[in-house]
Design a protein around this ligand. Sequence first.
Ligand code: NAD
Length: 328
Amino acid sequence: MRVAVFSTKPYDRRFLDEARGAHSLTYLEPRLSAATAPLAGDAEAVCAFVNDTLDESCLQGLAASGVRLVALRCAGFNNVDLEAARRLGIAVARVPAYSPHAVAEHTVALILTLNRHTHRAFNRVREGNFALEGLLGFDLHGKTVGVVGTGKIGQCVLAIMRGFGCRLLAHDPHPSAAAEALGARYVGKGELLAESDIVTLHCPLTPDTRHFIDAGAIAAMKPGVMLVNTSRGAVIDTRAVIAGLKDGRIGHLALDVYEEEDALFFLDHSADVIRDDVFARLLTFPNVLITGHQAFFTREALTAIAETTIANIDAFATTGQPLHPVPA
Ligand code: NAD
């Protein structure tokens, strides 16, 4: 098939080229939106990523030029108007699992870094400052970790945190026997928030989970809690979290995702003025650690993403159905 690949970075090209088979891939750097949809040209499929905006007007443009498949090279699909895609006869495929380990391991890297301040220690030592003041952490052993969303990634996080000797709580509308076998106890949202020393978010962004962590949830958390979000930015209300950081209710915050990340992430803004005052405020806190949506970024994950994306396109080309359509 002729496929227009949007939001292409050099690493996407490298891994997709290895997997492409007979398909003709055109690599485009711009993000996909209504404005850039015409760049798809005569493509029969587009390949898009997390911060592309596939709203109704974008999908209308794609449908009008003959696109019949959107192959997302990510798991989340909150950036696609699925109802409009259905009406327009465009199939939407995703990569449901590539490496849950990649995201879980990055989550734990954030927890360890934030707790033991290794990012600050690195800079201090390079400047000849060996003072320990300000680097105090806590033992993970014996602490309670609350995992919200115990799907593929949440279960990997549970398995790792179990290894640290943590007590495991879980919250999910669909409890999993595998998570329980790892030692997790399912509880309601209130109990998880009240009991957890670390709350880590691994649910998808849906109307139900938007601002799952809001001012009310923050008030219900243990004072000094560590909050970790590697799922989607809008699962937390960033302004409420900033208020929680200011009054000390939130003791540590680690983010790999941010509500308004599409204006910032995946691009080099090091020579620009950051215009997003909420994000800029987050950067001022010594107890906030932010990475730019890199939890998925391992060789194994990029290989799996490329191979599954091509498998979706293969299946659509031969049967009219992708291998992994987004859930209805
Ligand atoms: P998954 O579908 O395997 O698991 C998601 C779990 O969340 C399911 O068990 C589901 O029942 C649960 N859930 C749904 N609504 C919930 C709610 N209201 N409260 C609690 N739990 C709820 O998905 P996954 O592969 O584990 O991925 C989880 C999320 O991680 C994705 O949706 C995506 O947003 C995010 N993600 C981020 C990165 C990154 O690089 N930062 C990479 C991949 C995925």
